[in-house]
Design a binder for this molecule. Structure first.
Ligand SMILES: NC(=O)c1ccc[n+]([C@@H]2O[C@H](COP(=O)([O-])OP(=O)(O)OC[C@H]3O[C@@H](n4cnc5c(N)ncnc54)[C@H](O)[C@@H]3O)[C@@H](O)[C@H]2O)c1
Length: 436
């Protein structure tokens, strides 16, 4: 097989479509691994930044992008006719939900149409976006075959879910084993050979559908377990028991337990969204996805529960939510990242403002609140000064960024609602802290 030889000798050229949180680290791995690589994106701004040697993702330092440029092995473009130049096409475009909480497949469809236009014999196409089981076979393949070329005979097709965990200090794209599925042995062989050159280990599965379902199982597992601890949090709170203490104690069991942590709600482009891709597909088979729906219900309710705790906290000081000044710390969906997609902070702002509160936020990584799927807040991060902390009626920790000095925050806040147990180690001023 010509393509396999080209991959093994690193003479294959790689194209990555979608240069976001998933696509850009992939590009870096392939260039580091000795491959020539072209990054494709519809976003001209991203391409211009990359060409200028700049990063637009906080945990990917600019030096890494400079390294790509200096290697002479990387180019980025919005010109998709250059897909003809590459041998392997990896697709990492968004898979959000639409207004009705149904899979928005437009990015995959548009990309497939584009690839189909330029597809040539002998190329490998791999979808990496998280999606419902059947997407590669039922949706992508027919569009690619509009080119007149046939899968297996003329081109190879596989699915390999991305397991990127932005800013995880222990694991990176290279060190996370990669599941690969295809519906014919040649495609599977090509795709596993490709990832084996740069990723620590590949895990072949028997079909694209099995690989798609694997990714969903991983994310559903997280969503359900987070919902479980969120429910435990509410029950134990009513009983006057600290859920954080209980989780810490339970975590000492050396087998059969894995800690998950409660919070103000789910965030990010994966956990709040991917489970509903299975729900949507399961309807075709007359199957309800009860665990997913129940977890979704509990997790979706979390920001409302946190607001209720803020109301109770203000009440202790004889204040009402209407007319109060609230400062939220952390806009990103999780600590130490610069991504606000689906962040529970956005929902918190919406509910608090609806209740008549004046809301500010601080996030060192989100200087200006970007427009996202459901929200377009016109807000800028306020400075985290002693004065700002003091002037607000309540400070709410929504995201527990490591750079925050929690001792100082507690010392200067009048009242503090902590959704992440970020102040767990703070000794002084505990009477001002309410966990939520
Ligand atoms: N972010 C994560 O941590 C993570 C982890 C695992 C899996 N995933 C999955 O990976 C996929 C991509 O997620 P992401 O976080 O990288 O998204 P992202 O929004 O950061 O990046 C997607 C990129 O695709 C580009 N794009 C959109 N339409 C395009 C098109 N038609 N052609 C070319 N480029 C196009 C966008 O401009 C953007 O740069 C999603 O399916 C997501 O669920 C994400």
């Amino acid at each position: 097989m010509e393509l396999k030889k080209k991959i093994e000798t690193k003479n294959a050229k790689i194209g990555v479509i979608g240069l976001g949180y998933v696509g850009l680290p992939l590009v870096i791995e392939f260039v580091d691994g000795g491959f020539d690589c072209i990054g494709f994106d519809v976003d001209e701004k991203k391409v211009a930044l990359l060409k200028g040697g700049k990063s637009y993702i906080k945990h990917i330092p600019t030096e890494r992008i400079m390294g790509l440029i200096d290697s002479g092995k990387f180019d980025s473009t919005t010109d998709f006719s250059r897909l003809k130049e590459v041998d392997c096409i990896l697709v990492a475009v968004p898979t959000p939900l639409d207004r009705h909480q149904q899979p928005d497949m437009s990015f995959i469809v548009n990309t497939s149409e584009t690839v189909s236009r330029y597809l040539r014999k002998g190329q490998l196409v791999v979808l990496e976006s998280s999606t419902w089981p059947g997407t590669t076979e039922e949706l992508m393949k027919p569009i690619l075959e509009k080119s007149g070329l046939r899968c297996t005979q003329d081109f190879y097709l596989a699915f390999s879910p991305e397991r990127e965990d932005p800013n995880n200090p222990e694991y990176s794209t290279k060190t996370i084993p990669k599941v690969v599925g295809a519906n014919d042995s040649s495609s599977l062989d090509c795709a596993t050979t490709l990832y084996n050159t740069v990723i620590v280990r590949t895990v072949p599965v028997s079909s694209t559908q099995a690989a798609e379902a694997t990714k969903l199982l991983e994310n559903i597992f997280r969503s359900v377990n987070i919902a479980l601890v969120n429910e435990m949090k509410m029950i134990l709170d009513r009983m006057g028991i600290d859920v954080w203490e209980v989780i810490e104690a339970a975590s000492t069991k050396p087998f059969g337990y894995m800690p998950f942590y409660p919070g103000p709600g789910l965030g990010g482009h994966c956990i709040p969204i991917d489970p509903f891709y299975l729900t949507w597909k399961a309807r075709e088979y007359d199957m309800p996805t009860r665990f997913i729906e129940l977890a979704g219900e509990i997790n979706t309710d979390m920001p409302y529960w946190v607001v209720q705790k803020i109301i109770e906290a203000l009440n202790i000081n004889g204040q009402s939510i209407k007319g109060s000044n609230i400062l939220i710390l952390g806009a990103a969906y999780k600590k130490d990242v610069d991504d606000v997609r689906e962040s529970p902070t956005l929902k918190l702002i919406e509910i608090l403002e609806d209740r008549g509160a004046r809301v500010d936020y601080n996030d060192p990584y989100i200087p200006v609140m970007p427009r996202v799927r459901k929200y377009a807040f016109d807000m800028k991060s306020v400075e985290l000064t002693h004065e700002n902390l003091k002037k607000d009626d309540c400070v709410v920790i929504s995201t527990d960024h490591s750079c925050y000095d929690y001792e100082t925050i507690v010392a200067h806040a009048r009242l503090l609602v902590d959704t992440r147990n970020a102040t767990g180690g703070v000794k002084k001023g505990r009477e001002k802290i309410i966990k939520a």
